[in-house]
Design a protein. Structure first.
Length: 370
């Protein structure tokens, strides 16, 4: 398969890319609730001949779709996102809005898979599309269940993959080599309600938690969620649940950040969620993506700097050779804003085609046997 033939196959799927982008953008759904979008993408892939497993890793909206080529080769996995950004409104409601590019990403992945489906007689190896729900960290069910990429990695879904590719709209064309490690720590404090001005242990704990976090760098620790529950009667029971989100450049730094929080709440019971791992770079996969970008005449940035946040694709990269790919746009994107939602509505279709072109050429470089 040469580049010209692959790109022609991608271009022939323009309508599918644009249609998928449009459907997902117009059907925004929160993490682990992406039923319509997951169904639409799965149906499109099945119609192209991919074999689909639904509800993988006990996630209702997750899937794994496999295309087997006619020739021997390796296995490449593509991340497909489709959850919307949770916008917390003043009335307490949560509105799903596509302002982060999770509408363009499935458009690009679908076009890539359908292009290779047309080329399967000359395609080596296997191409697998991983439908990964719950990329958005603050969405309620992401907090409860976890991110789809991390949950899938823990369940072993990626263990038979030779290379994993995850493309996301960004400010520049690149492969991100580093990200932060992240963990949610949860404190639970019980006590009594006082109506006479006496001490209230859970309320005091909330104040102590906020004070302790303020002593840490704001990029490293935040109080993400506080929930106070109790009996309305005098001296009735009262409890506080406090969630902390910790980020560090190294895994060991998470425990260092947690230590002063535990010291500030000595009477709390503590639990920690599974760690969101930092990215592990892979030279071969990075080189394949760079070569694909250069073949398209795009400017590739070799050293983009560490991502200032955690991504659960780091958990995949710890198990499988991987690349988190930035697909650039002049001026970037106004992520997680109303302006960003308009940008992705207007320009997301072309971004989807760019994602498809890069993914297709990078996959073609990784699929042949070594």
């Amino acid at each position: 398969m040469n580049d010209e033939r692959i790109l022609a196959a991608v271009e022939s799927k323009r309508a599918d890319a644009l249609g998928t982008h449009r459907f997902v953008h117009e059907h925004p759904e929160l993490s682990h609730e992406e039923h319509e979008c997951s169904r639409h993408i799965v149906n499109t892939l099945e119609q192209a001949g991919l074999e689909v497993d639904r509800g993988v890793a006990a996630m209702q909206t997750a899937f794994r779709a496999t295309l087997v080529g006619a020739l021997p080769g390796r296995t490449v996995g593509l991340v497909c996102l489709y959850d919307a950004v949770p916008v917390f409104r003043p009335d307490g409601s949560i509105e799903p809005v596509h302002s982060c590019g999770h509408d363009a990403i499935p458009g690009g992945v679908v076009a890539t898979a359908l292009a290779f489906s047309d080329l399967r007689d000359e395609m080596p190896g296997r191409l697998i599309v991983f439908g990964c729900p719950a990329d958005e960290i603050p969405a309620p069910l992401t907090v409860e269940i976890g991110g789809g990429k991390a949950v899938g990695a823990a369940a072993g879904l990626w263990d038979d993959v030779d290379a994993a590719l995850y493309a996301h709209p960004e400010f520049e064309d690149t492969v991100f080599l580093q990200s932060r490690w992240m963990r949610r720590d949860r404190a639970f404090v019980t006590g009594e309600r006082s109506l006479d001005g006496g001490p209230e242990t859970p309320i005091d704990a909330i104040a102590a938690a906020i004070a302790a976090v303020k002593k840490l760098p704001p990029a490293d620790a935040i109080v993400e969620h506080v929930q106070l529950e109790g009996d309305v009667e005098e001296d009735g029971g009262l409890s506080a649940r406090i969630h902390f989100l910790l980020r560090s450049d190294e895994e060991s730094g998470l425990d260092e950040l947690a230590a002063p929080l535990r010291d500030a709440l000595p009477d709390a019971s503590w639990t920690s969620d599974p760690v969101v791992a930092g990215l592990r770079a892979n030279d071969e996969v990075t080189s394949a993506v760079k070569d694909a970008c250069l073949a398209l005449g795009r400017h590739f940035v070799d050293d983009p700097g560490r991502l200032p946040f955690g991504t659960d694709f780091g958990n995949v990269s710890q198990r499988v050779p991987s690349a988190l790919i930035g697909i650039g746009r002049p001026g970037g994107w106004a992520f997680h804003t109303d302006e960003g939602a308009k940008q992705f509505e207007q320009d997301g279709e072309e971004c989807a085609l760019s994602i498809a072109q890069v993914l297709a050429l990078a996959s073609a470089r990784l699929l042949p046997p070594r």
